[in-house]
Design a protein around this ligand. Structure first.
Ligand code: ZN
Length: 377
């Protein structure tokens, strides 16, 4: 856990870090060189929070959906299907709705970065709102795949009140627009829907970063997956994840911290001298009982987690499809790529090749796969 490895030859010296290690990253931050930290998060950061894993037969989201006799589980995040039958989505929403889960220590670490004035922008693929719950200021968060934080009518777009939404979701009931009786949907990005414009408005901030922290994402979903590659070559990038992903580990200042996010984040916090403060903030936020539950769960799950995540990445890759929308045909391409789902069987190697082949280009493309659907992996 928390093992540091690199694919860069040992003889290649880093340009900004004294060495490829967490203590060196901590020194870089403490020296004041990291004033614009860009953080990217995915499902792995919420694992310890207990967000249901859709692969688990007991609590799996897909298992719940199977009870609803869906032909394709993915249909639940398809807009045409939702229009026909919104009920399965609301059964799932009941499982995922914010308030049922508590932030992990990794979420609180991001909040601490904000408190210390170092967080430039957070981009998350998660729809669980745990970054907000951890106290990260809303104006520093881009929820790239939307979130449950707001909702509106799919027809007239009128926003729907939060309290009424909460009531409906708690009963797995479908809410209807108060104006036109249209279906109400949380502002989560479904297949065939645009990513939030905020993502495109702010992704240049990744280019301006002086440190990139990537936590718990398999980086298979574009355009999100291209964000780490927007930063200048010499900018240190640190990956906290069960395994190496994307182009992380290919540049001289890349540090790979393989293991569960919370373990790696604790190591960085210790190296920074922030550990005590971090643990205290986290316990204050979630309470001792929840903190102990997460710690207990994490030690129990550490062994099985690796296998589970590997399988999940494989599953996600199987349905992954990289489809370039913005550069094909149109003379005035929309600034917003369109989420698209197509059943294909890309192998993991193919995916990695396509990612490394043209990362700058692929940031213009988009695909939504399982990652937009669940926050637990
Ligand atoms: Zn309406």
């Amino acid at each position: 856990m928390g093992q540091e490895v690199s694919a860069v030859p040992e003889t290649t010296k880093p340009e900004n870090l004294s060495e490829r290690s967490l203590p060196a990253v901590a020194d870089y931050i403490k020296s004041g060189k990291a004033r614009k930290v860009v953080v990217l998060t995915g499902a792995g950061i919420s694992t310890a929070a207990g967000i249901p894993d859709f692969r688990s037969p007991e609590t799996g989201l897909y298992a719940n959906l199977a009870a609803l006799e869906l032909e394709e589980p993915e249909d639940v995040f398809s807009l045409p299907f939702f229009k026909e039958n919104p009920k399965p989505f609301y059964v799932l929403a009941k499982d995922l709705y914010p308030g049922k889960f508590h932030p992990t220590i990794s979420h609180v670490f991001i909040s601490l970065l904000a408190t210390k004035g170092l967080l430039y922008q957070l981009f998350t693929q998660n729809i669980d709102c745990l970054e907000r719950a951890a106290g990260v200021p809303a104006d520093l968060i881009v929820e790239a795949h939307g979130s449950f934080a707001s909702q509106r009518c799919i027809d007239c777009k009128t926003p729907y009140p939060d309290d009424k939404m909460r009531e409906h979701v708690s009963r797995a009931e479908v809410p209807h627009c108060e104006k036109c009786n249209g279906l109400v949907k949380p502002d989560i990005v479904f297949f065939h829907e645009n990513l939030p414009s905020l993502f495109f408005d702010r992704r240049h901030m990744a280019e301006e970063a002086d440190l990139i922290l990537v936590l718990g994402t398999s980086l298979t979903v574009h355009p999100f997956a291209g964000l780490p590659d927007l930063a200048p070559f010499e900018v240190p990038r640190v990956l906290f994840n069960m395994e190496r992903v994307g182009s992380l580990g290919s540049q001289p200042d890349d540090v790979l911290v393989l293991g569960d996010c919370d373990t790696g984040v604790r190591q960085l916090a210790s190296a920074l001298g922030w550990r005590e403060e971090l643990e205290a903030e986290w316990r204050k936020l979630v309470g001792d009982e929840e903190a102990d539950r997460q710690l207990e769960g994490s030690s129990k799950r550490q062994v099985e987690l690796h296998d589970e995540v590997s399988q999940l990445v494989h599953d996600v890759d199987k349905v992954l499809h990289v489809h370039d929308v913005s550069s094909s045909g149109s003379s005035s391409p929309s600034p917003e790529a369109v989420a698209e789902k197509e059943p294909i069987a890309a192998t993991q190697q193919e995916v990695q090749q396509s990612e490394s082949a043209s990362v700058k280009e692929s940031v213009e493309t988009t695909t939504l796969t399982e990652e937009v659907k669940v926050s637990g992996a």
